[in-house]
Write a protein that binds this ligand. Structure first.
Ligand code: PRP
Ligand code: MG
Length: 179
């Protein structure tokens, strides 16, 4: 295990199993429908890549990138669009794929932004949900794991852009971010 990790929260095996379950659920829900999955840079990349290969129906995919104005004033609620879709959501059933819903500000922004473009439907799948941190009222339609309010990294989640390539979700040792 990476030496800056205090403990493993979700193992690689647990991730694999749950992602397959989500894929099956989504496959059943969208069978016969025109599905556009939207991955959100950068955190969602590993989850996105694994999930879409567990969705056993034809689909399209695209990406968006957003940024909150500095993590210190997250509570301002200001989210800005860094990269937009290259495809239209018109006549598509849209599924946003995110790694985590924390305060909810990112997903609230994305949901409102995409709804204005009038897709046939809009749903959200998240790998992780940290409900204790929620600031706005938003719920994913599908979620992998509910996690406690701890500093989770790995499988796309970073601290200072590091640890995204861990194959599991771990909790960072406090010494790493307290220095
Ligand atoms: C993280 C995470 C989610 C968002 C969740 O992304 O990947 O997108 O924060 O937090 P929220 O519910 O409080 O909005 P971040 O903006 O840090 O960028 P990244 O995906 O590039 O790591
Ligand atoms: Mg993100």
């Amino acid at each position: 295990m990476e030496r800056k990790i205090a403990k493993v929260l979700i193992t690689e095996e647990q991730l694999k199993k749950r992602v397959a379950e989500l894929g099956e659920q989504i496959t059943n829900e969208y069978f016969g429908k025109d599905l556009l999955t939207i991955g959100i840079f950068k955190g969602a990349v590993p989850f996105f890549a694994d999930l879409i290969r567990q969705i056993r129906i034809p689909l399209r995919y695209d990406f968006m990138a957003v940024s909150s104005y500095g993590s210190s004033n997250r509570s301002s609620g200001a989210v800005r669009l860094l990269k937009d879709l290259e495809t239209s959501v018109e006549d598509k059933h849209v599924l946003i794929v995110e790694d985590i819903v924390d305060t909810g500000l990112t997903l609230k922004y994305l949901k409102e932004n995409l709804l204005r473009r009038q897709p046939l439907s809009l749903k959200i799948v998240t790998l992780l949900d940290k409900p204790e941190r929620r600031q706005v009222d938003i719920q994913p339609d599908y979620n992998g794991f509910v996690i406690p309010n701890e500093f989770a990294v790995g499988y796309g989640l970073d601290y200072d852009e590091m640890y995204r390539n861990l194959t599991y979700i771990g909790v960072l040792k406090p010494e790493v971010y307290e220095k």
